[in-house]
Design a binder for this molecule. Structure first.
Ligand code: CDP
Length: 221
């Protein structure tokens, strides 16, 4: 019998802290991590680079089917180019939310995402991990925070990278992206059935990670 793969799905809106929480939870448990947003970002980056029309579903599907990113020692390469930092830019995030509305793009990425499920377990972060990609997850979390708390976090992340930004522009961008994620017809951003809601507006990263671990341990009790 093959070993059971434990899955923790962490979904939530822009800059809710999914990435940091997921990698810390995975480290604590010795699990693998899937940052599904990076796949949408890579698709968007490649589409922008090839001058594709982001609203042209078939053109973007061609891009996603041709994508062969290489993940190596914490870096991501696309056609030999190190795109680790470039795909984190805000304009790529905005473009990612535009390509993510296309059903054919989501379909093409479905199996890619499923292939990350390896023993002993996986922490999958995204928008539809618990609802669509890993409905069998042991634990589903919907991680959220107020728009202001999220904009502040994104501002600090960018500042650490030496990128200047403006909080009110960030609030506006993330509200627009939330809108697009919430309103799309396929896999909209909604808590999966059975998901536990975790509002991290007033929690530190440690407190948030501990809450996820406590819930996970509770599934084993
Ligand atoms: O880090 P941030 O929350 O800004 O975004 P991300 O997780 O890197 O994802 C970038 C974009 O990809 C999101 O705004 C979503 O529109 C889309 N996405 C999605 O549709 N489904 C996923 N499972 C992950 C990301």
């Amino acid at each position: 019998m093959s070993e059971k793969v434990e899955i923790i799905a962490i979904d939530g809106p822009v800059a809710s802290g999914k990435g940091s929480v997921s990698s810390r939870v995975a480290k604590a448990l010795g699990f693998h991590v899937l940052d599904s947003g990076s796949l949408y970002r890579l698709t968007a980056y490649s589409a922008l680079k090839h001058g594709a029309d982001l609203s042209d579903e078939e053109a973007v599907e061609k891009i996603v089917l041709a994508l062969s990113p290489v993940f190596e020692s914490g870096k991501i390469f696309l056609d030999g180019e190190d795109v680790t930092e470039a795909i984190r830019e805000e304009d790529v995030g905005i473009a990612a939310s535009k390509v993510a509305v296309h059903p054919l793009v989501r379909k093409a990425l479905f199996q890619v995402q499923r292939s990350y499920a390896k023993a002993p377990g996986l922490v999958a972060d995204g928008r539809d991990m618990g609802s669509v990609v890993f409905p069998e997850a042991t634990l589903k979390i919907f991680l959220t925070a107020s728009a202001e708390a999220r904009a502040k976090r994104r501002y600090n992340q960018l500042k650490e990278k030496g990128i200047n930004s403006n909080i009110s522009d960030l609030v506006k961008d993330l509200r627009e992206r939330d809108e697009r994620d919430l309103k799309r017809a396929v896999a909209p951003l909604v808590p999966a059935t059975g998901a536990r809601i975790l509002d991290s507006s007033d929690l530190t990263l440690d407190e948030t990670v501990n809450q996820v671990l406590e819930w996970y341990n509770g599934t084993k009790a």
